[in-house]
Design a protein around this ligand. Structure first.
Ligand SMILES: [Fe+2]
Length: 291
């Protein structure tokens, strides 16, 4: 019998969060109408009613890094597995299937005529790899940073596709294989559509990827916090290198143009350029106040 127990904070019904929840928020990103944070963990606070809502909750169930979401009714779950990667917009996809090694880190896929990119890595799931193969496979794996064992998932995707891994040399550890080490300290244009911006702070070699001047794959440098209705940066315990460096990196990121913030942890958001700039200014003021 499973040691995971249904949390008492769930409302009655088929879907529920169990005691394996780590509060990462992957579920809320996918289905904000169903999941809410209660007492530091997530709970089903509204049961899905329509079939499309149920499908979205299955996306969350499959993406949870600790298998903390369950349902008495799993009818249709196998079919829903084939939905991944989920289209975000145009040629940008969300991979789902987050890994416990990264505490629920998001991963993204870009389908590009000059070669497809994977940004960080999900849990290695053969079905997801097959779906990525159907979309043309993976040529480049961009690792925003390294602060744990999460590169092990990237290794599996790299082997599966023969993909080249990119990471900054400051975040390289001996057991992490990468075909391209970034040495720059500011930024570089990889190609016309891809720009790499080095943003030390969360880790010493943290990088973000700017795609088509619209999509910022922000790693653990920047994310949306819907509870505060603001752009945020992981601070305190979650800033592993330097908060003041991260503030300087945030200021330099103000020079770049983008609408989407697609983070490793935290929620994604699309903001109009003016709104995004104001939100970043507020964040920078907060960072200056907390140095
Ligand atoms: Fe991180």
């Amino acid at each position: 019998m499973s040691k995971k127990r249904r949390l008492s904070t769930n409302v009655a019904g088929d879907f529920y969060v169990n005691s394996a929840c780590i509060g990462c928020g992957v579920c809320r990103q996918l289905t904000p109408d169903v999941f809410s944070m209660v007492d530091g963990l997530f709970a089903v606070t509204q049961q899905p009613k329509e079939e499309w809502e149920k499908r979205n909750v299955f996306h969350a169930l499959l993406s949870c890094p600790t298998a903390a979401i369950n349902s008495a009714d799993k009818n249709g779950l196998t079919e829903v597995m084939h939905d991944f990667p989920l289209l975000i917009e145009k040629d940008v996809y969300y991979c789902g299937f987050t890994s416990g090694k990264s505490y629920g880190g998001h991963s993204y896929f870009i389908k590009h005529p000059e070669g497809n990119w994977l940004i960080d890595a999900s849990r290695f799931v053969p079905l997801l790899a097959k779906r990525l193969e159907e979309l043309g496979g993976v040529d480049i794996i961009f690792l925003t940073h390294n602060d744990d064992q999460e590169f092990l998932d990237a290794d599996l995707y790299a082997k599966r596709f023969g993909a080249k891994r990119i990471i900054h040399m400051k975040d390289k550890v001996p057991e992490l294989d990468a075909e391209h080490l970034v040495e720059e300290i500011h930024s570089m244009n990889w190609s016309e559509d891809f720009r790499i911006v080095v943003v030390p702070g969360h880790t010493e070699g943290h990088m973000v990827l700017l795609y088509k001047k619209k999509y910022l794959f922000s790693g653990d440098h920047l994310y949306w916090d819907s509870m505060k209705n603001s752009l945020s940066a992981p601070e305190g315990f979650y800033c592993f290198y330097s908060w003041s460096e991260q503030m300087n990196s945030m200021k330099s990121l103000m020079k770049e143009s983008f609408e989407w913030v697609l983070p490793r942890h935290g929620e994604r958001i699309q903001l109009a350029p003016k709104v995004r700039k104001e939100a970043m200014k507020r964040l920078i003021r907060h960072m200056e106040d907390t140095i």
